[in-house]
Write a protein that binds this ligand. Sequence first.
Ligand code: ATP
Ligand code: MG
Length: 317
Amino acid sequence: MYLGPQKNKVSSEQEIDIKQFVYEKFSTLLNFPSEEGTCKKMIRLSHLKPEWAEYAVVFGHRADSKHAQIVQDERKYLAHLQENNYPVVEVIGKEFVVALDQTGNERFGMVMRYMPGIFIEAKTVPPLKIYIIAALLGIEYIRPQEAWLALNKKRLLDDIEEKIKNPILFAKLQTGAKTLEHNFDTLIAKFEQDQEMVVDLQMIISSEGTLTIIDPLDVVKQNQDECLSILPDAPKPNDDLLRFIKNTRNWLKLAKQTCSKICSAQHYADLSSLLNLDVEPLVFSTRSDPRGHSRISQIKSQSQSQAPSPTTKKLFF
Ligand SMILES: Nc1ncnc2c1ncn2[C@@H]1O[C@H](COP(=O)(O)OP(=O)(O)OP(=O)(O)O)[C@@H](O)[C@H]1O
Ligand SMILES: [Mg+2]
């Protein structure tokens, strides 16, 4: 089962070419627009080489051991998800040194498939419904932060309204929602069957309704009454993370329900409850702060120093 888009395999010669190109042109690449998270940046290679438009380089903010570890662990989680047939972004080869800083410290990164679409993440609930609709309508200018939504709500709602009034686009929205509902359903069932969960689940939704997991913070497995990372050296999930994992399951159900509601709408006006942000007031979730920095990033920096959690209850499924 692979729920994301199918792509051709990259040969090892091409992999070497791309990595060498990134290393040689890294300082030039830094001048182009990037997508920034709390720990990493993503820059498309299309800025310098249009024929490599389907690739991007994702790398740590700094050349230190903490950022190297984050990239190395992430690549292992992505490989695990790939091997286990989850719909996950493809990493081209392994992580590598993208640049050295002035003192010779190594900065790590990965070449990945660039996934077009809208980014959604389990740590934010209020924008979920509107972002799913916007993704399926191919509206690309959305930014993930709730603060962005607060500032751009009117423009986005006007744009969505104009599109869903067009019967052709409304039909396309419903077709995409049917595919996406199936993909969420399959993903929920697979996590349950494998007794696994991605911590800090983030994904990119395409206008066709495919979903692709990116940037896993951890992948945890439920073994009898213990919830442990699939990487033996990773810190044991603390209570905050365990709560977050449980919320992620509800978030996935909500995402699936949203798709189902889109499918069952007879008329564009039936979607108004999904778009009515006043029904579900726009508030900064307790896991995000108004600057768009997430609670999870705090957890990320704390989790290395946390003592193992004494609670080992079965928390999901
Ligand atoms: N393969 C990809 N295709 C398209 N966009 C991507 C890809 N990888 C990352 N991005 C974009 O870049 C952003 C930052 O990347 P990423 O989430 O890996 O960084 P991070 O610093 O680990 O984030 P976080 O804030 O979640 O800790 C993502 O939110 C997403 O918008
Ligand atoms: Mg991220």
